[in-house]
Design a protein around this ligand. Sequence first.
Ligand SMILES: *[C@@H]1O[C@H](CO)[C@@H](O)[C@H](O)[C@H]1NC(C)=O
Ligand SMILES: *[C@@H]1O[C@H](CO)[C@@H](O)[C@H](O)[C@H]1NC(C)=O
Ligand SMILES: *[C@@H]1O[C@H](CO)[C@@H](O)[C@H](O)[C@H]1NC(C)=O
Length: 276
Amino acid sequence: MAKTTIINFQFLLPFVIFTLLALTVAANDEAYPTTTTAPDCSLSEELLIKPVRREVYGGGRIFDITHQVTVDLPSYDTEGGRLGQFLRLPVSMKNGSFCNISEMKFTTHTGTHVDAPGHFFDHYFDAGFDADSLDLDVLNGPGLLVDVPRDKNLTAEVLESLNIPKGVRRVLFRTLNTDRQLMFKKFDTSYVGFMADGAKWLVENTDIKLVGVDYLSVAAFDDIISAHHELLRNREIIPVEGLKLDHVPAGLYSIHCLPLRMVGAEGSPVRCILIK
Ligand SMILES: *[C@@H]1O[C@H](CO)[C@@H](O)[C@H](O)[C@H]1NC(C)=O
Ligand SMILES: *[C@@H]1O[C@H](CO)[C@@H](O)[C@H](O)[C@H]1NC(C)=O
Ligand SMILES: *[C@@H]1O[C@H](CO)[C@@H](O)[C@H](O)[C@H]1NC(C)=O
């Protein structure tokens, strides 16, 4: 008897799903009615087949400050200092599959990304302070994009000279790295980042919790461990690294960064945008 019931249910399942889908579509249609007008004839055929890639949306209101993930991205730990081939197509239409499915392989600190406390503290790693544990309230909200002096790393002296008011919780620091287009070259240790005393000064004298920089590491290479330690020790600050800050005017924005919910990972690629 029980068996029959199961069989009947399985038989019915596709119809149940179909009905649910139909209801969902109907509901969506109400909220987002399908346009019945003909497509815009001014769109050339070329535009329709060639994807448009851009950084500015909404007539200058939204800036994408995320780097494209390409084989040319600088990379700390790969041969040649570049990311290299990170995509493969194990399921491909050219080989008779009904669709294409790519696989990707790269470190969680690739391109524009966030660090979780477990990146430099093993006890935080073991305790689960991973990318999924990062506070979206820190990663989203008002903040400043500021230019810093181009002839120095981010020392206490430089930080102090910026006069960032108390209460500012998010700051993106545009440095010489942007001028040098370092994110478009192979990995280079001479990038500008936080020195340990600069990181300590920021922790002790500001309310900044989101620290954004324009190269792969928030810490200058010479202070790579000590500056990370200063920033990550209290688990309050989230470094956002590898931001694409060229062509964006300095100023006040609404910052939005969304990491992937990578459980067990001490970092994650992130999509970051600024909204005016
Ligand atoms: C599917 O994969 C093939 C390679 O097998 C590629 O040439 C083609 O552009 C892909 N098609 C789509 C729709 O992405
Ligand atoms: C198709 O399969 C062959 C043999 O497995 C492989 O060498 C080739 O790279 C595949 N091509 C694509 C586009 O996936
Ligand atoms: C910043 O520090 C790095 C070493 O971490 C050094 O190579 C670079 O020259 C410094 N940059 C500036 C502008 O002082």
